[in-house]
Design a binder for this molecule. Structure first.
Ligand code: SF4
Length: 267
């Protein structure tokens, strides 16, 4: 596990790396390819999957951004005694279609063995959460938080996450369009709002009205909101961020409502 610059977690942990979603703005792919040593796997699994039982010292990404299980990292949460908020698989989509269920179970079991931490998962394929839940493989522990990326109204999470008694959140980063949360079939308990970073030509700059619509909905429904610094760079007057697990939760709606009131008075 490593300390992270990601502002809504204290550490990141990558027992699985690599992803096949192909998002054009992917920072993880750029990083993995930078450190890709072009290693040949003597025993790749079917489907182009890789398993490492020992660390390869030369690089953390010997197979680039191809899906890789780093089994030697599975005991890292146990060895970290001080409680952390851990972003699990910041360099992968652990719940992508291509990931074997056995890998996911190994990672979830490793989390269970270290209950002192809070675990944040994130996927673009939330249907996998439901599949695992139907197989009784998805832990419902209070320190497990299941996130889904919601960049615009096309996101699967708007229409699939309902009826499962788990902690859930939406990562609306990068926000690529308006999102009317009232259309969702199941609401999250937390929202992370952020803007696209990097320098790609088609980079999307979020509009103020997209942000305000989401903030207002969250205020009305008492959903805490975390504002990433990359969004504050566009809109410095955003209210303070709130987390669902701290005692500031009750203030969330007030902060957001005050903010909206201020905004409405200005227009
Ligand atoms: S889901 Fe995440 S890790 Fe996968 S390609 Fe998209 S941005 Fe990259």
């Amino acid at each position: 596990m490593n300390k992270t610059k990601i502002d809504w977690a204290t550490m990141s942990w990558n027992p699985v790396t690599g992803c096949r979603h192909g998002c054009p703005y992917c920072y993880a792919r750029r990083t993995a390819r930078r450190f890709d040593a072009g290693c040949a796997d003597p025993a790749p699994l079917p489907g182009g999957l890789h398993v490492l039982t020992e660390k390869i010292k030369a690089t953390p990404y010997p197979y680039g951004f191809e899906p890789t299980m780093h089994r030697y990292r599975l005991n890292q949460p146990e060895r970290q005694e001080e409680p952390q908020t851990v972003f699990v698989c910041s360099m992968a989509d652990l719940f992508g279609r291509w990931v074997p269920t056995s890998w996911i179970v190994e990672v979830l079991d490793a989390c269970r063995r270290a209950p002192q931490h809070r675990y944040l998962f994130l996927t673009k394929n939330p249907a996998r959460y439901l599949e695992l839940d139907h197989m009784a493989l998805l832990p419902h522990e209070s320190n497990f938080w299941y996130g889904s990326t919601v960049a615009n109204e096309d996101a699967e999470a708007m229409y699939t996450m309902q009826g499962v008694a788990i902690n859930s959140f939406w990562s609306m980063e990068p926000l690529l369009g308006p999102v009317d949360m009232s259309k969702a079939e199941g609401l999250p308990q937390w929202v992370i709002l952020g803007a696209e970073t990097g320098n790609r030509r088609e980079k999307v700059v979020p509009r103020r009205e997209w942000v305000d619509q989401i903030v207002q909905f969250c205020a009305e429904n008492e959903i805490p909101v975390f504002f990433k610094d990359n969004l504050r760079a566009h809109f410095p007057d955003l209210p303070p961020s709130t987390f669902p697990w701290d005692d500031r939760e009750s203030k969330t709606a007030k902060w957001a409502a005050n903010f909206m009131g201020r905004f409405e008075r200005q227009v």
